[in-house]
Design a protein around this ligand. Structure first.
Ligand code: CUA
Length: 196
């Protein structure tokens, strides 16, 4: 706010006020300082950018928030019939798999998984003891693994190669030894012919 109008009001009669400043138009009643206005516009632009980023990552890039599939009593992981008693990859349909993974101090079971390229895999991960983490490098799979809860995420493996996964929640003395790998295998000519 400029001080001039205040001074002119107190020292002079209103009619003698500086002409260029004057106006008294309705617009002046809503006067917003130049810098304040700039910051309001910048804030609105930032919010719009954030909204676009959330929509693009969610819908265009397939980034998901890990879901809680269901609760599970960690003492029942080895019960007959529990998918975590004998974890691993299961084929549901051609190109569609589910992978049950058990985290425990200080290893993943299984810790080496072979997946054909072009597969869609739904992960179901739980812990039998303490809090662990599960992050697959070069993918968007990144979740906490808690005892009593099954975390789930779905992802596609299109590019053949080796994808390391690690526990990224500190879980004790040998936390750093807790890792494994997913080997995405190039499809054979036969399977590509089938897929097309
Ligand atoms: Cu398990 Cu860190």
């Amino acid at each position: 706010m400029s001080e001039q109008p205040m001074e002119s009001q107190s020292q002079h009669e209103p009619t003698h006020g500086p002409a260029p400043e004057a106006g008294g138009t309705p617009a002046e009643a809503l006067h917003v300082d130049r810098f304040e206005g700039a910051w309001i516009r910048i804030s609105v632009v930032i919010l719009a950018v954030f909204l676009l980023a959330v929509l693009a990552s969610g819908f265009a890039m397939g980034v998901q928030v890990p879901g809680v599939y269901q609760r599970i009593d960690p003492r029942t992981l080895y019960d007959p019939g529990s998918p975590f008693a004998n974890p691993g990859l299961r084929e549901l349909a051609p190109g569609k798999y589910e992978l049950y993974l058990r985290a425990q101090i200080w290893q993943f079971a299984p810790n080496e998984i072979h997946i054909p390229a072009g597969s869609e895999v739904t992960f179901y991960v739980t812990s039998q003891d303490v809090q662990h983490g599960f992050k697959i490098m070069e993918t968007n799979v990144n979740m906490m693994v808690l005892p009593g809860q099954i975390s789930t995420l779905k992802t596609r493996f299109d590019t053949p190669g080796t994808y390391e996964f690690v526990c990224h929640e500190y879980c004790g003395q040998l936390h750093h030894t807790m890792f494994g790998r997913i080997i995405v295998e190039a499809p054979t000519q036969e399977s590509t012919a089938q897929a097309r």
